[in-house]
Design a protein around this ligand. Structure first.
Ligand code: F6R
Length: 642
């Protein structure tokens, strides 16, 4: 797979903010990149330049480092520069922000392990220059230990550069809400949300430690330069609060507002809720594209509580959209927007045969389409587009469901043991006994044997067949790719490889689809859904010269967590109350994912509830804008390659 090796030319050096109209709501300097890869490379280059500058002066370079998913790509680039460009770390002294408590450094979840795996094992840093809080510090001596950590930072000359991520609680390091602005290195109790976010890595929240040692706010702020990384829509809310909100101990990252050399490096997802991006008409004159106009009108309706067709000139004028009115009057704007939304609604997701399709989301021809629904995990198909799936089958299209990963790690040991015992009761076998013994002896958060993983994958296959049969599909139209990037047996997945892409290309070439549906989840740049989407993009790009690809349209649905904004939606498929129930029953077929699943997140609703509420919500939003009142709606955006 290709990676960008060139140094990106975007300048991330600190600039005082406040003097630009566009950023007048902002209190922290920030730079937004189109993707986290390019942004990470830029940050890595800033660090490398600093190391070299210090080297030239024969001085040590003191770096404060973070763990978590955000800095991984930065470390990868530093390692690459070491290996390919001879960047030396001999003058580098590092201090890590934090470590769980208690935590053995040999434990794969320890930050000690993380730092060695991602950085230290691959560079020439001197072991004695690596400082990571000791997760086995006895409680009685913790205060002394923390003071000595602080002292050592000072003795080394203080932090030249501090790299940070940000938690959804607004924590930096593990300075959770409530942290004091002048706090030093200390023991802290982790916030519940932080533990929920860490739960997948620990295979369940019960295994996540409750305490940690963290550098304090004052320790972090003593750094001469601070760069905070924020990737993905999941971080958008907390980034907005931190950059635009009041300084408050409820959002500890806001303490960075008065640092004189701090930059937030963001991708478009993380920066999407900043006022200048969310409602740009409130901060500057805008270039009114069709997409921006749609976004502004939907916002104006929710602001005024009106339907599209009842918006007046005054509404536009009072809400920062006078320059839009200068281009077109409100009557035309309203009608155009109403029609645009009206045209997204269709009960014929595969196109309506023998109908004029000028204003329909899909083509009428061919009347019977070949369709691939890519589902990252075995259940996303029915959770995210069960109603549309149902219509496509009912309307006679050749529908293929393609499960990209096995989803094996999301099956609990309890379920796996239950199935192994049933199998043993039917036909006693050594294999079943081996699985039962393995699960009985398994320690908390240790990995599954290959046999256990196989069984767990098979449980999900069985559930998927139950659901797809219920939806009226033949088994030969159901495909399981078990993409290799996922098969690590742990939450940490491999990068996509040529093998994954070859498997994807193979299934697309076999089916030669007119429509591909894929999960367009961009919220978590490291999550399985995003990797699965990258696999779709990459394989479609590589196949683009194939004649059948000229007729292949890609529709993106959203997974269990978020929905498209109304103004983004290009196809909205309404569901009757009966279809809502049918979808619910199809989701029920995925029994191992019901009732307190392993990767629940901080939303305690089951998947069918989330899906129903989301689909109902979309329908309500359409209705509030003045369109028809449906029970529920599934939403899609068409992705067009350049
Ligand atoms: C890590 C740390 C934390 C993380 C934060 C974001 O050493 O101190 O503050 O930076 O929880 O984590 P990710 O990057 O995984 O989203």
């Amino acid at each position: 797979m290709e990676t960008t090796l060139k140094k990106p030319s975007i300048d991330i050096s600190y600039k005082p903010i406040g003097q630009f109209e566009e950023t007048r709501y902002e209190k922290i300097h920030n730079v937004i990149f189109s993707n986290s890869n390019e942004a990470s490379i830029c940050v890595a280059h800033e660090i490398a330049d600093l190391i070299k500058k210090k080297q030239a002066k024969n001085k040590p370079c003191v770096l404060g480092l973070a763990t978590g998913s955000s800095p991984i790509r930065v470390y990868e680039e530093l390692v690459r520069m070491h290996k390919e460009e001879g960047l030396s770390f001999k003058n580098v002294i590092t201090f890590n922000l934090d470590e769980y408590l208690p935590m053995d450094r040999e434990n794969r979840q320890s930050y000690f392990y993380f730092m060695h795996e991602h950085l230290f094992n691959h560079i020439d840093i001197l072991t004695e220059n690596i400082n990571i809080p000791d997760g086995m510090t006895p409680y009685e001596s913790a205060i002394d230990y923390c003071l000595s950590y602080e002292k050592k930072i000072k003795e080394c000359g203080g932090l030249d550069f501090q790299l940070l991520g940000i938690g959804r609680t607004g924590h930096i390091g593990f300075n959770e809400p409530g942290s004091h602005y002048n706090s030093g290195t200390r023991v802290i109790t982790l916030d519940h949300i932080t533990r929920v976010d860490a739960a997948p890595a620990f295979l369940g929240i019960d295994n996540v430690p409750k305490k940690a040692i963290t550098m304090g706010i004052a320790t972090v702020k003593s750094a001469k330069r601070i760069v905070l990384l924020g990737w993905g829509e999941n971080k958008a809310d907390i980034i907005k609060k931190t950059i635009e909100g009041e300084v408050s101990s409820h959002v500890p990252a806001t303490y960075l507002q008065d640092h004189s050399n701090c930059t937030f490096v963001l991708d478009t997802g993380a920066g999407s809720k900043l006022t200048r991006n969310q409602t740009p008409w409130l901060v500057k004159p805008c270039e009114w594209t069709e997409a921006l106009t749609a976004k502004a009108i939907v916002w104006l309706c929710s602001k005024t509580g009106k339907t599209i067709l009842s918006l007046t000139d005054k509404d536009y004028n009072d809400n920062g959209m006078a320059d839009l009115l200068a281009l077109e009057d409100s009557y035309d704007l309203n009608i155009k927007m109403f029609n645009r939304l009206q045209h997204t609604i269709t009960g014929w997701p595969g196109g309506k045969p023998n109908a004029d399709d000028t204003n329909r989301p899909e083509r009428a021809l061919p009347a019977r389409k070949r369709v691939i629904i890519f589902s990252p995990h075995p259940d996303d198909d029915v959770i995210s587009m069960g109603g549309t799936f149902d219509r496509l089958v009912e309307q006679g299209h050749e529908v293929h469901i393609v499960y990209q990963t096995s989803g094996n790690i999301a099956v609990s040991d309890m379920d796996a043991r239950k199935y192994a015992e049933i199998s043993k009761r039917i036909a006693p076998s050594e294999e079943a006994q081996k699985i039962i013994d393995y699960i009985k002896a398994k320690k908390e958060s240790s990995y599954d044997s290959i046999e256990v993983r196989k069984l767990k994958g098979n449980i999900r296959r069985g559930e998927s067949y139950a659901a797809t049969r219920y939806m009226g599909l033949n088994d030969e139209n159901v495909h399981f790719l078990d993409l290799p990037f996922y098969e690590t047996g742990t939450i940490k997945k491999n990068n996509l490889s040529d093998k994954d892409i070859a498997i994807m290309k193979d299934i697309i070439t076999q089916i030669k689809p007119h429509q591909i549906y894929a999960a367009g989840d961009l919220a978590d740049p490291h999550g399985t859904h995003k990797v699965c989407l990258d696999a779709v993009f990459e394989s479609m790009k590589e196949l683009k010269e194939e004649p059948f690809m000229a007729d292949c349209w890609l529709w993106l649905y959203r997974g269990a967590w978020h929905e498209w904004d109304i103004n983004e939606i290009e196809m909205a498929v309404p569901m009757s109350p009966g279809q809502v129930l049918k979808k619910r029953h199809a989701i029920f077929c995925h029994q191992s994912q019901k009732d307190g699943v392993m990767f629940q997140g901080d939303d305690s609703r089951e998947f069918w509830m989330r899906a129903e509420e989301r689909n109902r919500d979309t329908a309500k939003k359409y209705n509030a804008l003045g369109l028809s009142d449906y029970a529920a709606m599934e939403a899609f955006v068409r992705y067009k390659f350049d």
